[in-house]
Design a protein around this ligand. Structure first.
Ligand code: ATP
Ligand code: MG
Length: 260
């Protein structure tokens, strides 16, 4: 592992003492974690420990839930995204998200990718847009499978293809960070492998944070791994260290399958 890993210049996102409540339920406790640029960070831990909640804090998706109260900071390139002068739409443009269930719009494959870039005025309809759609589908490893049927509905694709379409849709607006919440849990092993290979390619350009219940997946793709338990960050380290030589017995119990 390069020495740069500890260099502050390489930190894309820094959460500082992040706390979140759903009403009275204190779901995240003082989460301080550096997310390294152009790396894959995996969030692991038992169901209900706050992985999705934490992930949604990174692009202000929790703002959409009325009972939520957040304290602390999420600093992206030196700016706290919860500062009053930051607009959440601009945050979500920079920090895209892919969900557990592929959720393409009931529109054509082409429009699924083109919709957001046109809406955000990144491109106009026409040749530029065609180029962006092709590039995004290529980068998502889907182009060859769909290039002859771009007008067909996105929902007509297989689950694995739909998930890659959602990744194409996310990268079409040129985010800097991609959040993935259990992106392969609904997929078969071959589709899963395609997404994992894609993640490894995408980290060259993007910073990826992914939630997974699949320990092998975390070990295969992630550079860094964070173990959560009951809303607390128990351990965060290089993936190899978490899996081979964890410091905390709770981490060891979880990764060896003794609980969770
Ligand atoms: N929209 C919501 N409203 C109220 N409480 C919520 C909401 N979403 C999550 N919670 C609560 O916050 C805590 C953390 O949930 P979260 O969904 O972040 O866990 P998770 O680690 O992603 O679990 P899983 O592995 O099952 O997806 C749980 O106690 C959950 O009940
Ligand atoms: Mg979850």
């Amino acid at each position: 592992m390069s020495k740069k890993i500890n260099n502050i210049q390489e930190i894309k996102i820094y959460t500082k003492k992040l706390n979140l409540w759903y009403g009275k339920n204190h779901a995240l406790h003082n989460i301080t974690i550096p997310i390294h640029e152009n790396k894959i960070t995996a969030l692991i831990g038992p169901s209900g420990c706050g992985k999705s909640t934490f992930l949604r804090c990174l692009n202000r998706m929790n703002d959409l839930i009325s009972t939520v109260k957040i304290e602390g900071k999420v600093i992206i390139y030196g700016k706290n995204i919860y500062d009053k002068d930051v607009d959440e739409v601009s945050v979500r443009k920079k920090v895209g998200m892919v969900f557990q269930q592929a959720n393409p719009f009931a529109k054509s494959i082409y429009e699924n990718v083109a919709y957001a870039p046109i809406k955000h005025l990144l491109v106009k309809k026409g040749e530029d847009c065609d180029i962006l759609v092709e590039k995004s589908l290529r980068n998502a490893g889907l182009w060859d499978e769909v290039k002859d049927k771009l007008k067909e509905s996105g929902t007509s694709l297989s689950g694995g293809q739909q998930q890659r379409l959602c990744i194409a849709r996310t990268i079409a607006i040129r985010p800097e960070v991609i959040l993935m919440d259990e992106p392969t849990s609904a997929l078969d092993p071959i589709s899963t492998e395609k997404i994992e290979t894609l993640m490894l390619e995408l980290k060259e350009k993007y910073t990826i944070i992914t939630v997974t219940h699949n320990m092998q997946q975390a070990a295969r793709v992630a550079d860094m791994t964070a173990f959560f338990h009951l809303g607390k960050l128990i351990e965060f380290d290089k993936t190899e260290t978490i899996f081979v030589n964890p410091t905390n017995t709770k981490t060891e119990d979880y990764i060896t399958g003794r609980f969770g």
